[in-house]
Design a protein. Structure first.
Ligand SMILES: CC(=O)SCCNC(=O)CCNC(=O)[C@H](O)C(C)(C)COP(=O)(O)OP(=O)(O)OC[C@H]1O[C@@H](n2cnc3c(N)ncnc32)[C@H](O)[C@@H]1OP(=O)(O)O
Ligand SMILES: CC(C)C(=O)C(=O)O
Length: 792
């Protein structure tokens, strides 16, 4: 079976080094970019299994123009009708900008040269590029020509090119330049390459010293057979020995067989070349032509603008891959999918620190009016310059570390995690990455973060969430100084979806909340670490928010190895701290059953009238008027008296419903139906009362609906009803909005010569505000025990 030879010297010859004395190129530095020629549409195209269609070539040509290429080899027109017609199309449809030179390639054969010149006739500017191979291998094997015959071939056909182009200029006004390639230059004897080019120059006979009448000698490494320093030696040899150097542009055309095409081009430029031919992303025969994107961006990262643009490199990649039907390798310099990515922990850590440090350095440089120099571990270019985002820079798998994970959390959630939390969250991510055995996407990481810390509302919220709170200050009886005042936390938290009112004291909001949690929910935790920062964008300082990070430990073991981290964000710094506490508490409680929350309303108890009212607001949405608050608090206290002053939240709302008939079936007296009419004297109400299950038609007039209703009532009851208090508010939201109405009635009636005065509340909600008020009056009337006089 064929395999690698033990002694490859028996099969392969090494290159013959050039003994160049006093070579200059190693000490040189390139400070201006070369002239670029894209040969994508010729050398790139000829290397494709399926050459491009005219449409694809046109798309590619437009892209090259957009990128800023001014010299574009558009075809080998003699090769096919497609190539010929493409060139004609560009010219006839006037698709070639005035400052762009199209270039066309031809071998040294008269019929093919003629077809080539015909292809560009009528264009404004064209470079005719003729080639013949010059190395001994080609002379001997392919052409079977001596050196003299090889020179003769080149000279005669150069003269032919000159004749045809002169005629074409005369007929069509096309301006021509001439490029000659001693194909296989890098395998040609260096002195022969110089000799044949001098002969071609003489045959062309009109090389001048202006940029556009210089003759172009294009020196190809048709096949790369030696290291790039050898290529540089050959170029320097040519550059220093060719006659009338000032009338020549030396162009390089490196291929990449040894993988050093870029190096060959860069060293060749140091050795004296002015121009480089290549293809975007290195398409081309075999291993490709030199990559023009790579070369150009190598200049860019030296602080030298390459005069071509890749502001949106992804767009360039998309067009090129679509036209060539070849992918760009994920590790391709500057362009691959993975080149702005770091998976490994130490790289990520360095990049994260690099960004943080650079932000400070740049701010300082900005303030001093200095340049903001890019200096970033592992990243030779700022991805943003190529239209890429940082999102892809740090990617996470099982090789990643806390730094990279924290970087992504910072980028995407704007949270700058303290070091210990980075470590804690990293462990969460590691478990998932190991389990899934795949890369963690940004979405995976942010979701894991939200889940781990119950962060970000809706989907990820924990069992305890903060609904509303008030932190107030109360004097500390044990302290002489106001600075030591006690902080009191009064808040409503949702516990497993049910709103609860809790209260606690401490020396700050956080310890007050911890106290409340201890008192009401048996959650006994203490604070071990706390930090916060503001989250703001320079553009939107007004909307800045605070982020807090909290580590909680069991209150009886402050050195505990186990701890729970919490994260909270709020517009208000106290709010963010409180949310962070609940975030950590949620991790701590897991799904453990929590004690039933009770209000303590007895003598000396911690909960008062406002707690009871908050509980009703939270459970039923009712904002009780002050007098009703007081009335109901008395009811609650009486009810709680039998249970040591404690009452559960659920029992509280049941008690309210029962006491005021709220949301309950019709009472003893109710309004079955009604109609309101505007009449001259005010409002007329006609309808039906339902009293102890019997219907009574009624009709009354008043200033408004309520007084009309009282008029109706006064026709059927003994005594007098007066409205002492009336209030209403909207209930619910959106299309579900209704009204809640509170009515307090005072009833005075004389029975057996004794005048009795009672009062009572009616509380009703209805989608119709008028109905809500009328029903509330009826409910209150029912509750004060009106005495019915009219037989029903
Ligand atoms: C290194 C490079 O990339 S050079 C550019 C290479 N690109 C291409 O070849 C793509 C386009 N080429 C073609 O379509 C065809 O080869 C054509 C149309 C140019 C010519 O086709 P054909 O006439 O069928 O010739 P063929 O393709 O076999 O080419 C080989 C012939 O050209 C000769 N030849 C090769 N290079 C040259 C040259 N630079 N100058 C003159 N003759 C040449 C060969 O000696 C050979 O001649 P022979 O038939 O007398 O032995
Ligand atoms: C025609 C020449 C320049 C060529 O394409 C090569 O040598 O690779």
């Amino acid at each position: 079976m064929p395999c690698m030879l033990i002694d490859p010297s028996q099969k392969y010859k090494p290159y013959t080094p050039l003994h160049l004395h006093n070579r200059q190129w190693p000490a040189k530095r390139s400070t201006v970019p070369p002239i670029w020629l894209s040969t994508d549409l010729r050398d790139g195209n000829q290397a494709l299994a399926n050459p491009m269609t005219i449409e694809q070539k046109t798309t590619f040509f437009k892209l090259l123009v957009e990128c800023g290429y001014k010299e574009i080899e558009v075809a080998y027109p003699a090769a096919s009708d497609t190539d010929f017609n493409f060139v004609r199309g560009l010219i006839e449809k006037k698709q070639i900008p005035d400052d762009v030179w199209i270039q066309v390639l031809t071998p040294a054969r008269e019929d093919l040269i003629k077809r080539t010149v015909d292809a560009v006739a009528g264009s404004k500017r064209a470079i005719i590029h003729m080639y013949n191979a010059t190395s001994s291998l080609f002379r001997n094997v392919v052409f079977k020509n001596s050196k003299e015959e090889t020179i003769q071939l080149a000279v005669e056909h150069t003269e032919f090119v000159r004749r045809l182009t002169d005629e074409c200029t005369e007929t069509y006004g096309t301006v021509f330049r001439y490029e000659y390639s001693p194909e296989t230059f890098s395998q040609t004897e260096p002195e022969f390459a110089v000799e044949i080019c001098n002969a071609v120059k003489a045959a062309w006979g009109k090389a001048g010293t202006d940029t556009f009448n210089k003759i172009i000698f294009n020196l190809p490494a048709t096949v790369e057979i030696a290291p790039p320093n050898h290529f540089a030696d050959l170029v320097e040899y040519f550059h220093t020995r060719i006659s009338e150097r000032e009338k020549i542009l030396i162009s390089l055309h490196p291929h990449n067989d040894r993988g050093t095409g870029i190096a060959a081009a860069e060293l060749g430029i140091l050795a004296g070349a002015d121009r480089v031919e290549g293809c975007l992303f290195g398409n081309g025969e075999r291993t490709g032509n030199v990559d023009l994107v790579n070369l150009a961006l190598n200049y860019y990262t030296q602080g030298i603008h390459p005069n071509v643009h890749f502001n949106d490199i992804q767009y360039v990649i998309d067009v090129v891959t679509q036209c060539n039907d070849l992918p760009v390798h994920p590790r391709h310099p500057y362009a691959g999918d993975l080149v702005f990515s770091a998976f490994s922990g130490s790289h990520q850590d360095a990049i994260k620190k690099g960004f943080e440090d650079q932000a400070k350095r740049h701010a300082l440089a900005r303030s001093r009016g200095e340049s903001e120099i890019w200096e970033m571990p592992y990243l030779p270019i700022d991805p943003v310059d190529l239209g890429q985002t940082y999102e892809a820079v740090i990617r996470v798998n099982s090789q990643s570390g806390k730094g990279g994970v924290a970087y992504l959390v910072k980028q995407h959630l704007h949270l700058d995690l303290p070091r210990k939390l980075q470590i804690a969250f990293y462990q969460v991510v590691q478990v998932i990455a190991d389990r899934e055995a795949r890369e963690m996407t940004v979405d995976d990481i942010t979701t894991a973060f939200r889940e781990a810390y119950h962060f970000g509302g809706g989907k990820h919220k924990g069992r305890l969430t903060l609904s509303s709170f008030r932190v107030s200050s109360a004097p500390n009886p044990d302290a002489a100084d106001e600075a030591e005042d006690i902080r009191q936390f009064d808040g409503t938290i949702s516990v497993d979806g049910v709103l609860r009112v809790i209260r606690g004291d401490g020396n700050g909001p956080i310890s007050a909340l911890l106290d409340a949690l201890r008192t009401h929910l048996d959650i006994d935790l203490a604070l071990r670490e706390y930090s916060e920062h503001s989250i703001d964008t320079e553009a939107d300082l007004q909307n800045s928010r605070a982020a807090s990070y909290i580590e909680l430990v069991p209150a009886n073991d402050r050195k505990s190895a186990v701890s729970w981290w919490g994260v909270g964000v709020d517009r208000d710094i106290a709010g963010s701290g409180l949310r962070a506490v609940l975030s950590a508490v949620n991790s701590h409680i897991g799904d453990r059953v929590l004690p039933e929350l009770k209000l303590s309303v007895g003598f000396n108890a911690r909960s008062g009238q406002s707690d009871v009212s908050s509980a009703i607001l939270n459970s039923l949405g009712l904002e009780l008027p002050r007098r009703l608050q007081a009335a109901f608090f008395e009811v609650v206290q009486r009810a709680a008296a039998g249970s040591g002053g404690e009452i559960a939240h659920d029992a509280l709302s049941a008690l309210f419903r029962e006491t005021y008939g709220y949301d309950s079936p019709p009472e003893k007296l109710s309004l079955k139906s009604f109609e309101l009419d505007r009449v001259e004297a005010g409002t007329s109400l006609s309808g039906e009362f339902l009293y102890e299950g019997k219907v009574q038609k009624v009709q009354g007039i008043g200033n408004g609906p309520l007084s009309a209703l009282l008029a109706c009532l006064h026709k059927v009851i003994d005594g007098a009803l007066v409205i002492r208090e009336y209030s209403e508010h909207a209930l619910g939201q959106g299309t579900e909005v209704g009204a809640a109405t509170y009515v307090e009635l005072v009833y005075e009636v004389t029975e057996n010569e004794r005048t009795l005065k009672t009062s009572g509340w009616g509380v009703v909600s209805d989608t119709d505000i008028a109905a809500s008020g009328l029903h509330a009056v009826m409910s209150a009337a029912s509750r004060v025990g009106v005495v019915w006089k009219t037989p029903v």
